[in-house]
Design a binder for this molecule. Structure first.
Ligand SMILES: Cc1cc2nc3c(=O)[nH]c(=O)nc-3n(C[C@H](O)[C@H](O)[C@H](O)COP(=O)(O)OP(=O)(O)OC[C@H]3O[C@@H](n4cnc5c(N)ncnc54)[C@H](O)[C@@H]3O)c2cc1C
Length: 498
């Protein structure tokens, strides 16, 4: 922190804060401290906003919350815009309730977009934003750092244990887990009460026209985004996120440890988009699950493993891997690189084009169904998402092309995509955070998964009924296997592939 103020004096955990530039505080009078919200679309349980308020209070300045949604971000679509705008409508209400001016810009075309941060930086004493180690966020921060002459801080409001507390990339969940568990007593049950905003910003005016997220949501067709990827029925935003969390805790947490893996049961939390868009903080969900059943309950243990260990493993990988290297086979563990390279020229059993994959026109009915789920529900059931990625690896001309296709398909349709959990899982398909298995053609020693085995393991009837194509020709392997799988009594559930 410039000029001798320390974050701990302001009761802010310095492990959450990254200094993005080394500019000093400006000498003259400024209007506000700016919270430039890019990721964490929430006004409560938000460590970045809290740090901005702490700084504003210390400097005797109001805090302004600024958001902008350009139409030309990678994978921009009606689906993603709708989710963002629903969250922004909540933000407008939530910020108003906390006495925070909320300044929103929504250019409809790339041409309409005006670079704003440098200008706002001339009115601000400091800017606080979100620390998010993938997608376009690190690039935006670096660009802003060059343009600004005031301090720019990025604050980790995504992870329960701040990313900076884990000093290096971890080889797998087994390496990260004990480190996190050691730190949980400090973080897991820590709350973030709303800090009082001391200086009012009611008199402040932006030098641009404020956008209305509700009107924009009703006029998605006017934005220059991909109109073929339609909004989901599910709502984005904090209000919907809190409701979805309550429904999960009340209706599906019991039995989650067994049920989450079974595609037919629908017992998973379905909460991943709400973390991705920062509508919810993972810590508040962890605390709520603990409060509901106790920390030692097997369902709670299982939920914490997914939400705090697997998810934060993704952040750990991205935080310690520079952006351009995050989605390359060069960043795989050496054993995975070697084995994939040794099998690079093996004949592939099927080679599908990107379009065939996107339309779900392969010979594997279960894969086609999961692709349909991705297109229409904006994500895939966790177990089948692994199978979905593994088959793309088998069906692509090279491992790098497989990675590019997984990335493009997932991030085009998935409402929880473009996330550290996306990146680490795409890479997991090719061996990241995993171990070698028995060697096979094409995929070498990378963990295999098959539709047939999946159909033997679960009763896929309900899943295929919902997502399968009625037009699928009879006699295809997965559907046959699904039909053959006993429906009652249910098999005892086995562990997922990981
Ligand atoms: C090829 C592939 C692509 C994936 N793409 C994404 C993605 O774009 N965005 C995304 O959030 N997750 C992704 N995942 C991870 C996982 O599939 C989803 O997080 C999970 O299915 C989301 O459903 P849920 O919220 O019901 O999770 P639950 O099963 O209820 O788990 C609770 C939470 O734990 C976290 N979690 C669960 N499994 C994982 C995992 N394997 N890795 C990291 N975090 C996990 C998520 O935050 C999730 O919401 C991907 C996995 C694979 C194999």
């Amino acid at each position: 922190m410039p000029e001798g103020i320390s974050w701990s004096e302001l009761a802010v955990d310095s492990a959450r804060v990254q200094e993005v530039n080394d500019a000093p505080f400006p000498s003259g009078q400024r209007d506000f401290v700016l919270y430039w919200c890019m990721v964490n679309h929430r006004w409560e349980e938000n460590h970045a906003l809290d740090a901005a308020i702490a700084l504003g209070n210390h400097l005797g300045l109001p805090v302004v919350v600024y958001q902008a949604l350009r139409p030309d971000y990678p994978f921009a679509s009606e689906r993603l815009h709708a989710w963002a705008l629903e969250g922004m409508a909540d933000m407008a209400r939530g910020c108003a309730a906390r006495g925070l001016p909320y300044w929103l810009e929504l250019p409809r075309t790339a041409k309409e977009h005006k670079p704003r941060i440098a200008k706002l930086g001339k009115r601000a004493a400091a800017i606080v934003s979100d620390l998010f180690p993938t997608y376009i966020i690190p690039g935006h921060l670096q660009g802003a750092a060059k343009a600004l002459h005031v301090p720019l801080f990025a604050v980790d409001a995504s992870c329960v244990v701040p990313m900076q507390r884990i000093p290096a990339a971890q080889v797998g969940a087994y390496a990260l887990r004990p480190k996190l568990r050691k730190l949980w007593p400090e973080y897991l049950e820590q709350t973030l009460p709303p800090r009082k905003v001391k200086a009012s910003g009611a008199h402040l005016q932006p030098d641009f026209e404020l956008a209305d997220p509700v009107k924009a949501r009703a006029a998605l067709h006017t934005f220059a985004v991909d109109h073929s990827v339609k909004p989901l029925d599910e709502m984005g935003g904090r209000k919907a996120g809190l409701k979805a969390l309550r429904a999960f805790l009340d209706e599906r947490l019991e039995g989650y440890e067994e049920g989450r893996n079974d595609p037919g049961l629908g017992q998973q939390s379905n909460l991943s988009p709400y973390w991705h868009w920062g509508n919810l903080f993972a810590g508040e969900a962890a605390r709520a699950a603990i409060a509901a059943k106790g920390k030692e309950h097997p369902a709670v243990q299982s939920f914490l493993e997914e939400l705090l260990v697997r998810r934060e493993l993704g952040f750990n990988f991205c935080f310690h891997t520079p952006g351009p290297r995050q989605l390359t086979v060069d960043s795989l563990p050496p054993w995975a690189r070697e084995t994939l390279s040794r099998h690079a020229k093996d004949p592939r059993p099927h080679l599908y084009s990107y379009e065939q994959l996107a339309q779900g026109r392969t010979e594997d009915a279960l894969w086609n169904a999961s692709q349909k789920e991705l297109r229409e529900r904006g994500r895939i059931h966790n177990y089948l998402r692994m199978l979905w990625g593994k088959k793309i690896l088998e069906w692509s001309p090279t491992p790098q092309e497989a990675l590019d296709r997984i990335h493009r398909l997932n991030d085009t349709y998935a409402v929880d995509g473009r996330d550290p959990a996306s990146v680490s899982n795409f890479m997991w398909i090719l061996g990241l955070h995993d171990r070698p298995f028995q060697e096979r053609a094409v995929i070498g020693k990378v963990r295999p998964m098959s539709s047939l085995r999946t159909a033997e393991k679960f009763d896929l009837g309900p899943y295929l009924e919902r997502w399968g194509e009625p037009t699928t020709a009879p006699g295809e392997e997965p559907k046959q296997a699904a039909k053959a799988a006993p429906k009652k009594p249910r098999r005892p559930q086995r562990k997922a592939a990981r």
